[in-house]
Write a protein that binds this ligand. Structure first.
Ligand SMILES: Nc1nc2c(c(=O)[nH]1)N[C@H]1C(S)=C(S)[C@@H](COP(=O)(O)O)O[C@H]1N2
Ligand SMILES: [Mo]
Length: 426
């Protein structure tokens, strides 16, 4: 009798397992989400305060802020990297975000001389050097030029730099959080240069910031005329002060350092200027003692944002989602592969959301976790066919002295209890 019952039970649970596997897309039956389980739950059986009392009126928040329960979703820094906050860096909380757009309040900040506070009425943009007519624009002048809206990622060349010699920081916010992706509104730089009239020997543009660091970078004329923007809005509203209010240069796909904030001057010249930020910094020292310079493009890269060390698995085995970001300074992402066994086997992930050139792409891998340890990795391929390298491949090509342009494949070690650690496999 009891044997029979056990048989029946076994059959039931076996067929239920099959259903869970086959019924992924429907998602109707999820472990832990059944109505029966909620039967004695006071959150179901009793009326809650927020259901009983009136809430705040429309005047409570003239400028809306995230829910108080999202207070942990903030930029964070790494104390040993942040000896002096005016020349430092904080990181985007990638593991708390989804989709492809970074909310303005959590875009990572990198500044060399603190945040300049500029009244737009006092801001000027000068174009000088090898031009027919040197010009000075007010913000109002700029509003008279045709403007465009485009979504781009900005990645600091030093993103993942602390991981060159081995895994170190425990969280994708810290290993990969020097990136954000924003919808910019701005005037194509080409229109402003055309207005000034670039002389035939004008081959380079020096962009200069109005901050205390007066950041300067040389940009080749081809790029300046191609897709650069002089932007004043991010995600529909004015740039945040930290992001260069009232004006910043957008240099799509190229290293963040060139995206000069608080943009005050563009000088046209016939050769690069060899400024600090393109000689002693933002060059890549190779094993043979020579340095790569003018390494502008941010090459194809990806990272799994969930699960990750700051975002462990808390729901147990069964149906789950691996999620992450992929991007390439050369264009669109064509494909992302995900591995759960340290790169031995790969599955094609599902790209979702707009696929825009030089923007973040969101990927998902929906699968059944059997509860055993995993070494999870993602590997992106861009539309040019460039495949994201392993960290070993990267070191074989560039040695171990580099800081910048680390686009190697990241590994997260997921333990059976769902806790995640930053590791490397070779
Ligand atoms: N004027 C100015 N522009 C600047 C910087 C700066 O310190 N001053 N930092 C650069 C660096 S190194 C990076 S990575 C990006 C960071 O942009 P964000 O603060 O919007 O993330 O801005 C760049 N533009
Ligand atoms: Mo940077």
């Amino acid at each position: 009798m009891s044997d029979k019952n056990n048989d029946t039970l076994d059959k039931t649970s076996a067929s239920r397992r099959r259903f869970l596997q086959a019924g992924l897309a429907g998602g109707a039956v999820l472990a832990g989400a059944s109505a029966a389980r909620a039967a004695g739950d006071p959150l179901i059986t009793e009326v809650q305060d927020w259901n009983r009392y009136l809430g705040d009126g429309v005047d409570a928040n003239p400028y809306g802020m995230p829910s108080e329960f999202e207070a942990h979703v903030v930029r964070r820094d790494v104390p040993w990297l942040t000896a002096d906050p005016v020349s430092s860096i904080n990181f985007t909380p990638l593991h708390e975000l989804d989709g492809i757009i970074t909310p303005n309040g959590v875009c990572f900040e990198r500044h060399h001389g603190g945040t300049a506070i500029i009244n737009p009425a006092d801001h000027r943009l000068m174009i000088n050097g090898l031009v027919d007519t040197p010009l000075v624009f007010t913000m109002q002048d700029l509003m008279r030029f045709p403007r465009e809206n485009r979504v781009y990622f900005l990645e600091c060349a030093a993103n993942s730099g602390m991981e060159w010699r081995g895994s170190q920081l425990n969280g994708c916010q810290f290993t990969h959080g020097m990136v954000h992706c924003v919808a910019y509104t701005g005037v194509p730089l080409k229109y402003l240069l055309e207005e000034a009239g670039v002389k035939t020997n004008g081959k380079w543009v020096l962009a200069e910031g109005a901050d205390a660091a007066a950041m300067t970078r040389s940009i080749p004329m081809d790029k300046a005329l191609d897709d650069c923007l002089v932007a004043f809005k991010m995600n529909g509203e004015a740039l945040r002060p930290e992001q260069g209010y009232p004006l910043r240069l957008v240099v799509p796909g190229w290293e963040g350092n060139m995206w000069v904030k608080w943009l005050r001057r563009l000088e046209v010249g016939d050769e690069p200027w060899a400024q600090r930020e393109e000689t002693s910094k933002y060059t890549d020292l190779l094993a043979n003692g020579k340095a790569r310079r003018h390494t502008w493009e941010m090459e194809v890269k990806s990272v799994i944002t969930n699960p990750s060390p700051q975002a462990p698995i808390t729901h147990g085995r069964g149906q789950m989602v691996i999620s992450g970001l992929a991007w390439s300074g050369y264009g669109r992402i064509q494909r992302v592969d995900v591995s759960i066994d340290g790169g031995r086997n790969w599955q094609t992930a599902r790209l979702d959301g707009p696929s825009l050139p030089k923007a973040l792409h969101r990927f998902y891998h929906d699968f059944q976790w059997d509860g055993s340890e995993m070494l999870i990795q993602s590997r992106a391929i861009d539309e040019g066919g460039y495949i994201q390298p392993t960290k070993d491949e990267l070191r074989a090509a560039r040695g171990e002295n580099s800081i910048y342009h680390n686009n190697g494949i990241q590994t997260w070690y997921v333990k059976a209890d769902g806790v995640v650690e930053n590791v490397e496999v070779s």
